[in-house]
Design a protein around this ligand. Structure first.
Ligand code: FMN
Length: 339
């Protein structure tokens, strides 16, 4: 049954619904959608949903925080696009560490053209696991992507052409370590190769082609071996742009901000006609994450590794309906510091 929403701050009920739909369009590890929203009369609360955590791939919930940061970025972009100012507090309550943010839509503020274009990109962005064209990403676009990460207090470090060979080795090593762990494989099987009518997990149709051994560093097999083999001649691009979203420390706050940065980079890529996919094995295995940290200079904590390029269209991945992730409180929440 659908949920009845009330106005939230300066947003009408319908605008609040639109903002929540935008939030839930965010990417998440294996499409786990590890978030819950609580709406009061003044505030959206973003909570982590630990029942959707991945204890083996993501034991300290780092990637869960990245996904929630991405959902938060979408929520605020959607509010701004409505001409309303979102007053955001990250980790507002030390006693409640899984209340990740409060967002209070307040007053009016004219949306800029860029904010409207970013909002539009939320619905068009998709993870694209297929081979990209060999087109060059120009320097002005690379700069725009870097600035997108910096706007969210994080950093985007492109991997140099010489660093790419080393990165390939690190991703392959991470892949082997994970595949040798039966608990990892069990978790993986649970979340991937889902039927097309599932509301979460990665469906087979989004899996991309079946990775050949030499593709394993750019593509994990999300299809349980059932994807179509890669078409002859359609190899993965020889010289991909691989960029690492990094943070200056590795505490929950930095991870949440890195998630916001990752999403601003992905939306900026989308509005420049670019696609992206993730190479997360290397940041999930502690040993290879440490080596990647050294590869990008030693000063940043690697949070997400993105492959960016010109891709062909791919299908949308499903989301849970709004009523499954939203709780409505008619009264302002007294426990909330901004309630
Ligand atoms: C933190 C994080 C890590 C991810 N790691 C991978 C990955 O290693 N490989 C991959 O193909 N997709 C990865 N994804 C993408 C998700 O599978 C994808 O976001 C999800 O299936 C929803 O699909 P969509 O991005 O097309 O909306 C990751 C996403 C996030 C947020």
């Amino acid at each position: 049954m659908d949920i009845t929403l009330n106005p939230v701050g300066s947003l009408s009920a319908e605008q609040a619904r639109g903002a929540l739909a935008a939030a839930t369009a965010a990417p998440s590890l294996h499409n786990s959608q590890p978030w819950r929203f609580r709406c009061t009369a003044s505030t959206f609360e973003l909570h982590a949903d630990l029942s959707r955590a991945m204890p083996v791939a993501d034991p300290d919930h780092r990637e869960l925080l990245l996904a929630c940061g991405a959902a938060l970025l979408n929520l605020t972009v959607a509010i701004r696009a409505q001409g309303v100012y979102p007053d955001v507090r990250l980790l507002p309550s030390p006693d409640r560490p899984w209340l990740l943010a409060t967002v209070r839509p307040q007053g009016t503020r004219r949306a800029t053209p860029v904010e409207r274009r970013l909002d539009d990109a939320i619905r068009r962005r998709r993870t694209n696991r297929r081979p990209f064209l060999d087109g060059v990403i120009t320097e002005p676009v690379r700069t725009e992507l870097r600035r997108a990460a910096e706007a969210e207090r994080s950093w985007l470090a492109p991997v140099s052409p010489t660093g790419l060979a080393r990165l390939r080795d690190l991703v392959s090593r991470a892949h082997d370590i994970q595949q040798q762990d039966p608990a990892f494989r069990a978790e993986w099987v649970w979340w991937t190769a889902r039927e097309d009518d599932a509301h979460d997990g990665v469906p087979r149709r989004s899996a991309g082609p079946l990775p050949e051994p030499q593709d394993r560093w750019v593509l994990r097999d999300f299809s349980a071996g059932q994807a179509r083999p890669r078409v002859n001649g359609k190899d993965f691009e020889a010289d991909p742009l691989i960029a690492v979203v990094g943070s200056f420390h590795d505490l929950p706050l930095a991870r949440l901000q890195a998630g916001q940065a990752m999403q601003r980079v992905l939306l900026t890529a989308t509005l420049n006609g670019l696609s992206a996919s993730f190479l997360s094995q290397v940041v999930e295995v502690p040993e290879t994450r440490k080596q990647l940290r050294e590869l990008i200079g030693g000063g940043l904590w690697p949070q997400a590794v993105l492959r960016i390029g010109y891709g062909s269209p791919v299908p949308r991945t499903p989301r849970r309906p709004i009523q499954d992730v939203v709780e409505v409180s008619a009264e302002p929440n007294p426990a909330s510091p901004v309630g």
